[in-house]
Design a protein around this ligand. Structure first.
Ligand SMILES: [Zn+2]
Length: 431
């Protein structure tokens, strides 16, 4: 089973100076930066997924999640995505490079944002090894398997257009000489309708299906969907799970013939999750999570600056506590400070992140007690000391500090590495 990471232009500056919190003068974003597969000892994934909607602005789609500039889009299509992503070295050039439409970007629109012919051309220019037919997301999945007659016009249209596009897409790819492996996108409102769609795609000639719409579903619901599909199409067709948010539960999904899946969650959780920011193998076949220690840059923090503007906090005072937190964390790492001393310094600064809001003292006290307990556990266990990945070896305690993208994304890269090893160990231990 392959784990693909969905590219969102995640790279870090390898020469970032953590003591002064600055990059060298003349550093150019992307050109001097490194992707996870460049900075880690080995790629922390088995391939990359690139979404068209992250690269090309679709006509009439206001809420497009485009991250690439027009110049970057043009260069990616000219050089191919593998070269653009610097995923073309001897260690990476045989790894999977998959494209999809990124259908969530246009989920609120009546029609998919791109036509099948536009998508095929895009995939060919990007030189993907695999490409998903243009789909249209159906959100709800009713496990009771209601009939088509009970569905809204919009749901039925999404179902039909996804299949119709897949048929056109399949023929276009064939006419171009099958230069990449086409994957048929599956959407549906229930396990049964998704199984029916899968069977239709197999009939069209697809040997690899990409199952969509799983993002909001719970583990048991996803299992029902996969079971229904496998019962209908048999064990042969390959299967990819699009945007698999339950990646940490992968051990429960080994009996369904999943060929590949993509997820961003190990990276995203490094800085979006409230408490599970740093992954660690627990040595018992599972993952453990630690809370990263928030030491925000006072002058960049909206909440702190509001307090300064209202005259509740003083800027110099905040900066002093910020610097003291960083200093003690580094001294703690060198064995010169106790857990208690370090914790006090951090909480002395952290309180300002909580105080001053409108929730009242009792609620604030509870929030601070929770934060304190989480940080204490992180300090006591010092997980960064037990990781030998390239990130933790290189930056040490900085990886656990929740502060700016150079630390937060490095922690995300570390998580990807831990997750990747966890996945392959889990699979290796399966009967
Ligand atoms: Zn690490």
């Amino acid at each position: 089973m392959k784990f693909l990471y969905s590219d969102t232009q995640d790279y870090v500056d390898p020469k970032y100076d953590f003591l002064t919190d600055s990059s060298p003068t003349g550093r150019e974003r992307y050109w001097h930066d490194k992707y996870a597969h460049e900075i880690m000892d080995e790629a922390p994934y088995d391939g990359l997924l690139v979404s068209m909607s992250a690269i090309r602005q679709a006509d009439g789609v206001a809420s497009s999640k485009v991250r690439y500039s027009t110049a970057e889009e043009q260069r990616l299509l000219r050089e191919g995505a593998r070269r653009f992503l610097r995923f073309d070295g001897p260690k990476h050039r045989d790894l999977m490079l998959m494209g999809d439409c990124g259908a969530f970007a246009y989920v609120e629109h009546h029609d998919p944002a791109y036509s099948p012919s536009e998508v095929v051309e895009f995939y060919l220019d990007a030189e993907f090894t695999h490409g998903v037919s243009p789909d249209h997301v159906i959100f709800a999945c009713d496990l009771q398997n209601p009939d088509a007659g009970d569905q809204s016009k919009d749901t039925l249209y999404r179902y039909e257009i996804t299949l119709e596009n897949a048929r056109t897409f399949r023929n276009l790819v064939r006419n171009e000489g099958d230069l990449f492996e086409p994957m048929g996108a599956v959407q549906g409102w229930s396990p049964k309708s998704m199984a029916d769609a899968s069977a239709a795609l197999v009939k069209m000639g697809y040997k690899y299906l990409a199952i969509g719409g799983l993002v909001p579903l719970k583990v048991d619901a996803i299992k029902q969907v996969l079971r229904a599909i496998r019962d209908k199409i048999g064990p042969e067709p390959k299967m990819h799970l699009l945007g698999f948010a339950k990646a940490d539960h992968i051990g429960e999904f080994t009996g369904y013939g999943i060929t590949s899946f993509d997820s961003t969650s190990p990276l995203i959780r490094a800085f979006k999750d409230e408490k599970s920011n740093y992954y660690m193998d627990n040595g018992r076949g599972g993952l453990d999570y630690y809370t990263a220690i928030r030491v925000p840059q006072a002058m960049d923090n909206a909440r702190l600056m509001q307090g300064v503007k209202r005259g509740v906090f003083h800027a110099e005072d905040l900066q002093m506590r910020e610097q003291r937190s960083l200093l003690l964390l580094r001294e703690f790492d060198q064995g010169k400070r106790t857990v208690e001393e370090t914790l006090e310094a951090i909480m002395d600064y952290s309180q300002f992140l909580v105080r001053g809001d409108a929730t009242g003292v009792a609620t604030q006290d509870r929030a601070l007690a929770t934060t304190r307990a989480r940080i204490e556990r992180t300090l006591q266990d010092r997980p960064w000391k037990h990781c030998d990945c390239a990130i933790c070896r290189d930056v040490g305690v900085e990886v656990i500090i929740f502060r700016g993208s150079n630390r937060n994304k490095r922690r995300g890269f570390h998580n990807l590495g831990v997750y990747h090893r966890h996945l392959h160990r889990t699979l290796a231990n399966q009967p």
